[in-house]
Ligand binder design. Structure first.
Ligand code: ZN
Length: 246
């Protein structure tokens, strides 16, 4: 759907300009718009990242640029709730804090690849795409920055041992003054999402927004609606299975 893809890009550019105008220290890396790639690869559902359970998988992208410990703090909170989440860290930042990835995995979370420097992969050469993925967090799941990918990126990722992973619910948490929507907007984006996107779904949010702050409300809302979360069954490894253990 080339027409749709173009519209998405234009929307993102306007949003980016608005966001960049108000940025201070947060959000050095802009956040995703709408995933542009295919949704299905054989029986593997790219939007659900291998989550074939009925449980909700919470995901956390990028990095918290003013607090290097935020990922680990979020991981600890969720572990305490018995919840397994997935983190897709920009390795250009995460690699400056060795031990972060291992700690998250010890906490029982999946940690996937979000490339080295968060580029639009389709705008790069084949070799540049390979380098961006190869220098990312070593794993078997790749979340393409901005959800921007096509057949070439899917092929290269597969050659490097990765499955693509996007989302069913986009909180659009980055889309507000200072690089974040309000807590109530983020909460509503999840609570009011269609049931089909929640059951067995994948929620996208970012470490640099108010999304982590509103987790207690999101968890309470969804549990109140009868949903459950991916269960934390202990430490994980870099090899995230094609069928997630949720
Ligand atoms: Zn990202």
């Amino acid at each position: 759907m080339p027409g749709k893809r173009k519209r998405v890009r234009i929307a993102w550019t306007a949003a980016a300009l608005a966001t960049l105008a108000t940025l201070t220290t947060a959000a050095l890396t802009p956040a995703p718009a709408t995933a542009t790639g295919p949704r299905q690869a054989g029986s593997y559902d790219i939007q659900r990242c291998g989550n074939t359970s009925n449980r909700v998988l919470l995901t956390f992208d990028d990095w918290s640029y003013d607090n290097s410990k935020r990922a680990v703090q979020v991981g600890e909170y969720l572990q305490g709730k018995g919840i397994r989440a997935a983190f897709f860290l920009i390795n250009e930042y995460a690699s400056q804090y060795p031990g972060t990835v291992d700690t998250l995995r010890r906490q029982g979370h999946y940690v996937g690849n979000h490339t080295w420097s968060h580029p639009h992969l389709p705008q790069l050469s084949e070799q540049e795409v390979r380098t961006e993925i190869s220098k990312g967090v070593a794993s078997t799941l790749l979340r393409p920055p901005y959800g921007d990918f096509g057949e070439r990126e899917t092929r290269i990722a597969a050659e490097l041992g990765y499955r693509m992973c996007t989302w069913t619910i986009d909180t659009l948490d980055w889309d507000g003054p200072g690089g974040s929507r309000t807590a109530s907007q983020i909460r509503a984006a999840v609570k009011d999402a269609p049931a089909a996107d929640k059951r067995g779904g994948v929620v996208l949010g970012h470490l640099f927004t108010r999304y982590p702050d509103v987790l207690p409300d999101i968890i309470g809302d969804l549990r109140g609606q009868g949903y459950t979360f991916c269960r934390n069954t202990g430490a994980t490894t870099r090899n995230i299975p094609a069928v997630l253990k949720c």
